[in-house]
Design a protein around this ligand. Structure first.
Ligand code: AVI
Length: 354
C-alpha cells in the first residue's frame, strides 16, 4: 500500500534525489518523495468544495492511519490480508517457479511495499533457487521503507535492496534502470491495492508499468474477488469499529494539520457495496446540518443532514475481468491462485510482446 509520510517523517517539499548507501553497500535508498503538505491542503479545499464532496484515500495513511490499517488487516471480517498470506504460504514455491520459467535470475520489485511482511515468503522461495537477489521496494514512506529494508537485510544475507521512497508516478520511470540484463523482473502489486484505482485508472497504471517492463517480465497482482455484498460490507464495516476509526481519522487529520474543528461524533462511517460498479464505497455521513471551519485554509464548509463525503472505492474483480485487464494493458493472465475459500486471487501476469 502507498502511504503518505507522517509529520515526523518530514514535511520537506520536493526532496532532491539522493541515494544513501548503507549496510555494507547492500542497501541503497533513493529519496524521491515530495512532501504532501500543500497537496493535502489543495486537495481538501477542492474535495470539500465540490458539489459531491470527496477526499482521496491516499490521505488515510498518516502515522495513526497507517497503524489503523495494520489493525484492519488483523480483523476477522477483513479476510483479504489473511487470504493472500494463505495463498503465499501454500503456493509461494509455485509462484516463483512460474515467475522464473526460462530465466536464470529474477529481480524482485514491489510497489507499495509497506512492512513487506507477505513478501518474505516470495523472497525465501527465490533464495532457494538463486544465490543472490536484488529487491526493489517502492513506498511513499521513507520510515516504512528503511525499517523494512533493515529488517530484511538482517534476515537474508544474500539480499541487496535498492529502495525508492516515492509515489508510483515518480518511481515508475526509474524502475527500468533497476532491471538488469539477464534478470527477469517480478513486480509485486499486492493486497488489492489495484482496487483503490477506478477501472480506467487501473488500466492506465498497468499500461504505464508495462511500458517500463520487457516482454516476459512478470507482475504478481493481488485482486479481491466479487462476492456476496454482505461479506464485502462487513469487511469494510467491522464490529469493533476499526474501519470506522480509519475513515474518521481523515477528519481528525484535517483537524490536526489544517486547524479544522470537525466534531468526529457528528459524522458516521458508511460502507456500501455498489453492485453495478462492483466496488465497496466508503463515505462519511454528516449526522446533522453543520458548518465546519478550516482555519489553515480560511474556509468554512457547510454539510447538510445526511450529506456524504466519499472517501474510498475498493473495486472487486471477476477472473474474466482480470483476463480483460491483462489483455488491455500488454499482459496475459498466465496463472491464478485462490485461497481455500476462493475470496481472493493472486494473478501472475506475463508481459506480452508489444
Ligand atoms: C489498501 N487497500 C487495498 C484497502 C482496501 O481494501 O481497499 C484499504 C482499506 N479500506 C478500508 N479497509 C481497508
Amino acid at each position: 500500500m502507498i502511504r503518505q509520510p507522517s509529520a515526523e517523517e518530514g514535511g520537506t517539499r520536493h526532496m532532491p534525489h539522493a541515494a544513501n548507501v548503507e549496510q555494507g553497500g547492500r542497501l541503497k535508498i533513493h529519496s524521491l518523495a515530495a512532501g504532501a503538505g500543500d497537496d493535502f491542503a489543495d486537495d481538501v479545499r477542492r474535495g470539500l468544495g465540490s458539489a459531491r464532496k470527496a477526499l482521496a484515500p491516499k490521505y488515510f495513511y498518516d502515522e495513526l492511519g497507517s497503524h489503523l490499517f495494520d489493525a484492519i488487516c488483523l480483523l476477522p471480517e477483513y479476510y483479504l490480508t489473511r487470504a493472500e498470506a494463505e495463498i503465499f504460504a501454500c503456493h509461494a514455491g509455485e509462484v516463483v517457479e512460474e515467475a522464473r520459467r526460462g530465466a536464470e535470475r529474477v529481480t524482485l520489485v514491489e510497489l507499495g511495499s509497506g512492512s513487506a511482511s507477505k513478501t518474505r515468503r516470495i523472497i525465501e522461495a527465490l533464495l532457494e533457487r538463486q544465490k543472490h537477489l536484488t529487491y526493489v521496494p517502492v513506498d511513499i514512506s521513507p520510515a516504512a521503507l528503511e525499517a523494512s529494508a533493515h529488517a530484511l537485510l538482517g534476515d537474508y544475507e544474500p539480499l541487496r535492496v535498492s529502495a525508492y521512497a516515492a509515489d508510483y508516478d515518480t518511481a515508475l520511470p526509474r524502475l527500468s534502470s533497476e532491471l538488469e540484463d539477464g534478470a527477469r523482473a517480478l513486480v509485486l502489486f499486492l493486497g488489492s491495492n489495484i482496487g483503490n484505482f477506478d477501472r480506467a485508472e487501473a488500466r492506465d497504471f498497468l499500461r504505464r508499468l508495462r511500458g517500463v517492463l520487457r516482454a516476459g517480465d512478470r507482475l504478481l497482482l493481488g485482486a479481491d474477488l466479487k462476492k456476496d455484498g454482505a461479506v464485502l460490507e462487513a469487511a469494510y464495516d467491522d464490529a469493533l469499529g476499526v474501519t470506522a476509526a480509519f475513515n474518521l481519522n481523515l477528519l481528525a487529520r484535517i483537524n490536526r494539520e489544517l486547524r479544522a474543528d470537525f466534531n468526529l461524533r457528528d459524522f458516521r462511517h458508511l460502507a456500501l457495496y455498489n453492485d453495478t460498479e462492483g466496488r465497496v464505497e466508503m463515505h462519511l455521513e454528516s449526522r446533522r446540518a453543520q458548518t465546519v471551519r478550516l482555519d489553515a485554509l480560511d474556509l468554512e464548509v457547510h454539510f447538510g443532514e445526511g450529506e456524504r463525503v466519499h472517501t474510498e472505492n475498493s473495486y472487486k474483480y471477476s477472473l474474466e475481468e482480470l483476463s480483460a485487464l491483462a489483455a488491455a494493458t500488454g499482459f496475459s493472465r498466465a496463472r491464478t491462485w485462490l485461497d481455500a475459500a476462493e475470496r481472493f486471487s493472486s494473478n501472475l501476469f506475463v508481459a506480452t510482446d508489444a
